[in-house]
Every structure is written in C-alpha cells, then in structure tokens.
Design a protein around this ligand. Structure first.
Ligand SMILES: [Zn+2]
Ligand SMILES: [Zn+2]
Length: 479
C-alpha cells in the first residue's frame, strides 16, 4: 500500500496495488497519475453515474480460495446500455476485472495469449475461435465510451477514452479480447460468476448504509414518465429502457435523468395476459413482471415474452404462445455449436427444431436492453425431451437461453388469483373449431338437404346459428 496526498485538495489517497497507475481522489474527483515517485493531477474525472450497483469500491469477496477486494471501476456506455468494469485486487497482489452487465457477472484476469488472436474487424458473432485451447464462440463485439471512473486503476483512462472489446464464451469460460490500445489485443480469461458464488460482502461506512440502505437494495421502483408524467416501474441499475404503458413513449434510463428517446416514435399499444407489475412466487422467490414484448416470426405467428425480475435471483422470462407457456433463462453456460443439427450441453444432446427470424412488433414496460419495434434476431431452437435451447443472434450479439414448458396450473400457483383462469389456458382458436363444426353439420345434412331442401334447411341453419353465435361472442370476449 502506498499513501499519497492529493495535489489538488490534500486528502489522503491510497494506492493498494503497485500496478495501479492512476487513482481518482475520493474527495475532489481529481485524476491522480502515479509515475515513479511523483503523483500528478491530471484534471477532473467524470463521476460515475449512480447505477445502484450492489458493488462498490471496498466490496470484498473470495474466489478460488483467494480473498479479493474491489479497488476501482470504470463505467462504460455503448449503443444499447451501460456496464461496469470493477478493478479487483487479490490478497496475493494479482489484479482482475469483475464485469457487471445487466445483472450478469464475469471475472477475468489478464492472460498470456499462446497463439495468434483474431483481428477486431475479423470477429464474427457466432463464429468459433481457438483461444487458450478452448473453442470459443464470439458472443458480442462493441465499441464503448468511458463515461466515468473511481478508485484506482491499472491504466490511464479519462473522458473520451474508448474501449474496443470482443467477448467470447465456451461452457462457463469467458474470454475478453481488448483492442483499446491497438490491433494486438490484450487477452483476459476467466468465467461467468454470481455474487453469491463470490461470497461478496458489501462493506460500506455505516453512515452511507444508513443514508442509502433503501437505495442500494435493488428493487422495482417508480419513476415519472418524462413525456406524460405517468408512473413507470423500473429496476434502477439494470433497466436500460422503459416503454411507458400510458403514452408508449420510449424512455432511456441510462443517463442521470430519464429522457424520451426517439421523440414522436411510439410503440403500438400492446394488450397482455400478464399485466405489468404482476407478482409471482417462483421457487420461493418473488418476481415481478417488468416488461412485455410481442414478437412475430417470418410466417406471421405471434407470441409474447414477459421479462420478470427478482432482486435476489435476477431476470427470468415467461413466453406465451398459442400452445401454452414456457419459462426461459439466459444461459451462463454455453454449448459449442458448429451450425450442425445437434448441440450438446451438459449430459443432454439437443436436436435442431426450428430456424426463423423473430421481429419485435411492440413492447411495453422496462427492459435491460434497448428494444425497438422492427428489431430482428435469427433464432435457432433445439429440443431435448421437454427442454428447449435457443440461440438468438443479431449483428452484434449472440445469446443462448434454456426453456421448459409451464402448465396453466403451475402459472396459477405462481401468480395466485391475480391472473384470471381463462387468461392462463392456451388460447385455442374457438372460431376455427366452430368453422369445422359447421362443416360437420352441413356434411351430416348433405343428403336430406339435397333431397328435401325445403323441409331441412331451416333446422340446419338454426343449428348452425346456435353454434356460431356463442362462439363468436366468446371469441370477441377473448380479444
Ligand atoms: Zn483530491
Ligand atoms: Zn408516458
């Protein structure tokens, strides 16, 4: 540990790691640059945006039997949102990065590349690359701006600093190629982790905890719509966009003040079976419906996806199709897929089922990424018994999710009486059923109708009307 005095305000500033070259003064936010024995003031660093992260400089934990503490962070912004790179220091002096994005975490360390690495502009989403003896799939490629920093950092960053990174995955392993300093990337390798797994302890000063205890437990909170003033539910820190249920404006929540994006552009109205804010108890944890999105495949088939959030367990998806309900979770563990007809994950072999393009028709509520009507993704679904694996790919991102069917009685058990029975049952198209029934009546009465038309037709017509009318009424009520 090296103690220095801030040249700007005189406050004591610690350098816990000898490898750290810069630190942001906790009092005046001056950027201090350490070179040899002197410390220079490099000007003010933009303060980090309050994103309600459960982590902070000072948080400690352990991984692989080693204690660590969080000593700094940089905050980065890209097209679809914001993420944090927490600078972590192990007890033995090694440094690592704990990356936090949309409620998911990875822990990586700088590693020596043993072979040549791909160039930034040559990386294709979904393609596989041999890195450190693993077959890694490119998961996302992005260019991001550093928007703020705090604590101590191993390299010099400042306003306008740009990060060019590619993330790749194999099983639970995670690799980041960082091209920020040039064409030859730095290689960071590690794995997907959870805060529980890291046994994180949030060490805060008692005063701060008292001040912000409510603020720092992530829960669904209310925010006034900047367009109509209506109440919006969101999860501070993980919600990136809200589509207002009242005026359908698209609200960006990644800046200090929530603003309306794309003024004038409004989402179509979306009517959903599960209402925004509906609560469910799933596996002993309380989830809340925070967003709903209607999508359509290339054959015109439509379905609804609900995003649910639990402060303790993160995100979960419920998918409502004509066949019924499914529960889905984004995968931290990735299969290797070479575009073949099967894919293996754990002990299961999944067979390819469908391949289609999914387009967003409409959305409402809060999301942890930016949703736009017309956004498309290439979806490939695989099946193993009742389990489904789906790969969803866009130009700059690939994700895997695992889904299982959910019966309407299970939905009832999760949501209680908040959702009407009729809404939970799969919607068989009653007008289609009625149509077949009417053909049936016409068929049965075909001979009497042709031989004794005058005597028979009004009975048949009456029977047909008796079936068609109630069906029409039910169908109108369903809509
Ligand atoms: Zn200072
Ligand atoms: Zn509004």
């Amino acid at each position: 540990m090296q103690k220095v005095t801030c040249p700007s305000c005189g406050a004591p500033v610690d350098f816990k790691s000898h490898a750290s070259v810069m630190a942001v003064c906790g009092y005046c936010k001056s950027t201090l640059f350490k070179d040899a024995d002197s410390v220079r003031d490099m000007g003010k660093m933009s303060a980090v945006l309050e994103d309600y992260s459960p982590l902070q400089v000072g948080t400690s934990g352990s991984f692989g039997g080693q204690e660590f503490s969080v000593v700094g962070r940089i905050q980065l912004r890209y097209d679809a949102g914001l993420w944090n790179e927490w600078h972590v220091l192990y007890a033995d002096g090694r440094a690592a990065w704990l990356s936090e994005s949309g409620g998911q975490y990875t822990l990586t360390e700088e590693t020596e590349a043993r072979a040549e690495l791909p160039r930034f502009d040559k990386i294709r989403i979904g393609a596989t690359y041999g890195i450190l003896g693993m077959l890694c799939t490119a998961a996302d490629v992005r260019t991001a701006q550093c928007t703020g920093g705090e604590g101590e950092l191993p390299f010099q960053v400042g306003a306008g600093w740009q990060a060019r990174v590619a993330d790749l995955r194999s099983g639970r392993s995670f690799v980041t190629l960082d091209y920020s300093e040039g064409e030859a990337p730095k290689l960071y390798a590690g794995q997907a982790v959870t805060l529980e797994q890291l046994k994180c302890q949030l060490l805060r000063d008692d005063d701060i905890v008292k001040d912000s205890a409510a603020k720092y437990t992530r829960k669904v909170e209310a925010l006034a719509c900047p367009s109509c003033g209506g109440s919006l539910n969101w999860v501070p820190g993980v919600t990136r966009q809200i589509v207002c249920p009242s005026c359908r404006s698209q609200v960006d929540t990644t800046a200090d003040v929530a603003t309306v994006m794309a003024a004038g552009e409004r989402m179509d109205r979306l009517k959903t079976t599960l209402e925004l804010g509906a609560k469910a108890t799933i596996s002993g944890r309380v989830y809340q419906v925070i967003g709903a999105m209607q999508r359509r495949d290339d054959e015109g088939e439509e379905w609804t996806e609900y995003q649910l959030y639990s402060p303790r367990a993160g995100f979960l998806w419920l998918i409502e199709t004509a066949e019924g309900w499914q529960r889905a979770k984004v995968q931290d563990e990735w299969p290797v897929w070479n575009r073949s007809e099967t894919v293996k994950l754990g002990s299961l072999t999944f067979r390819k089922l469908y391949e289609y393009e999914a387009t967003v028709v409409s959305a409402v509520g809060a999301f942890n990424w930016q949703v736009r009507a017309g956004d498309t993704a290439q979806v490939t679904e695989f099946e193993a018994g009742k389990n489904r694996l789906a790969a969803e790919q866009t130009v700059d991102e690939l994700s895997w999710s695992w889904s299982t069917p959910v019966g309407s009685d299970q939905m009832r058990a999760w949501f209680g009486i908040a959702v009407p029975d009729a809404a939970l049952a799969p919607k068989a198209d009653i007008m289609k059923v009625t149509e077949y029934f009417l053909y049936g009546i016409a068929g049965f009465n075909f001979i009497p109708l042709t031989t004794a038309f005058d005597d028979t037709w009004h009975y048949s017509a009456l029977a047909a009307a008796a079936i068609w009318l109630p069906a029409k009424i039910i169908s109108l009520m369903q809509d």
